[in-house]
Ligand binder design. Structure first.
Ligand SMILES: [Ca+2]
Ligand SMILES: [Ca+2]
Length: 402
């Protein structure tokens, strides 16, 4: 998510003061506006909103320190959040990029009450790790059962930054997880091109069965099953820090925003076995301190990149598929945490076909994440004013501009 606080502070002011560029050019993606959700409520560092499958009145807001709140997005008078989960004691949220990062409901949640979290932890020896857990909701209380947490994957992680952070399900019923390259800078553990580590990858697992020692199954069609030296969980690699990724509900395409280091942020269409080039490349460019890996392969170009003059930390969004926004159908939205711009693009066959167009600038609100309800309505979470550790935040509904 956040690459460099000092740099961010320097860049934040001019970007936020700049007038929103006009998007009057022919064929531009239409502009958008934001409507605040639960305006009387205060959220602390909201980093994601997810909806209970099939229930657009139950929006789950993740606070980075380790709370999950339930909010009715239609209730303008809501004042007190309902706490669904509070795991602050076990979540390590000391670093700017650490904490409870993502939650996903099992596609059959209504029947089985299973959901999944991804958070950063720290043990007594101060060793960091990133943890994918499964939980079960008690049908009587509607809350997670005490002691129901089951750790599925624990990835040792040397640095506080670059923890990736999205867990979600595909239309194939498989669970996908994005892991960052571990952190610091220049990929010091050389994770990007190493298929022997889960760092700097997108993983794909089957949570509906177990396999040998694993508390989950390996899908038979994962790309590196049977490749010597490769972990069979890997779906795609060469990804520096995919903070947010999402599926296009219509096409099943997996879109991710990969946060860059020195110069470029990128939007990737993440495909089976794809190598996105970190760290021999950053975006479309050779990376000066990059090292190719033993596995070779061609690097897949981003759908679009932007230089650090336009923003320094991408927040990947969603392809908009809402009957309430017909002119935006098929538009992929993404934002920059620091410059506060929100862009829209369209792609055809993995190539940019429209945009990028700046659809709005959120100014004092730093976009941390997008969310999508069952009917395709899109939401945005923001930190207010700064990345300060106490940052207040807000939730917004994204609407076509009037
Ligand atoms: Ca890390
Ligand atoms: Ca790349």
């Amino acid at each position: 998510m956040i690459i460099c606080i000092v740099l961010a502070a320097v860049l934040a002011l001019p970007a936020q003061e700049a007038p929103a560029p006009a998007s009057a050019k022919p064929g531009a993606v239409p502009r958008i506006r934001l409507q605040r959700i639960a305006p009387q409520m205060t959220f602390r560092r909201p980093v994601q909103v997810v909806f209970e499958p099939g229930d657009d009145r139950r929006m789950y807001v993740l606070e980075q320190a380790g709370r999950v709140l339930v909010v009715d997005p239609e209730d303008r008078d809501a004042k007190e959040p309902k706490v669904f989960l509070d795991i602050k004691p076990q979540v390590n949220s000391r670093g700017n990029e650490e904490g409870l990062l993502s939650l996903a409901f099992h596609p059959d949640f209504a029947k089985n009450g299973r959901f999944f979290t991804y958070y950063t932890a720290i043990d007594a020896e101060r060793r960091r790790s990133n943890v994918l857990s499964e939980w079960k909701v008690d049908a009587d209380t509607g809350l997670p059962k005490e002691g129901s947490e089951r750790r599925l994957i624990t990835v040792a992680d040397p640095y506080s930054n670059h923890n990736g952070g999205t867990v979600l399900f595909g239309r194939d019923g498989m669970l996908y997880l994005s892991c960052g390259d571990g952190g610091a800078a220049n990929d010091p553990v050389q994770a990007g091109q190493d298929l022997g580590t889960m760092l700097a990858k997108v993983l794909r697992i089957d949570v509906d069965r177990t396999e040998g020692e694993r508390p989950y199954g390996i899908p038979k069609d994962n790309p590196f099953v049977g490749t010597a030296g490769a972990l069979p969980e890997i779906w795609a690699y060469g990804l520096r820090n995919v903070w947010r990724m999402s599926f296009d509900r219509k096409t099943g395409d997996l879109w991710g925003g990969d946060v860059g280091q020195n110069a470029y942020e990128e939007v990737d269409l993440i495909v089976k076995g794809g190598n996105y080039g970190w760290n021999p490349r950053e975006g479309l460019h050779a990376f000066p301190d990059g090292r190719p890996g033993a596995f070779g392969g061609e690097y897949i170009d981003p759908v679009v990149e932007y230089p650090h003059s336009e923003g320094v930390s991408i927040t990947g969004g969603y392809v908009w598929r809402s009957a309430k926004a017909p002119e935006h159908d098929g538009v992929y939205l993404y934002a920059d945490l620091v410059s506060c711009r929100i862009w829209g693009i369209r792609a055809r066959d993995g190539k940019l076909s429209q945009g990028p167009d700046v659809l709005m600038t959120t100014r004092n609100q730093l976009p941390t994440s997008f969310g999508e309800s069952a009917d395709g309505t899109l939401y945005l979470t923001t930190f207010e004013g700064s990345q300060d550790s106490r940052a207040k935040g807000a939730i917004w509904r994204i609407l076509p501009a009037e």
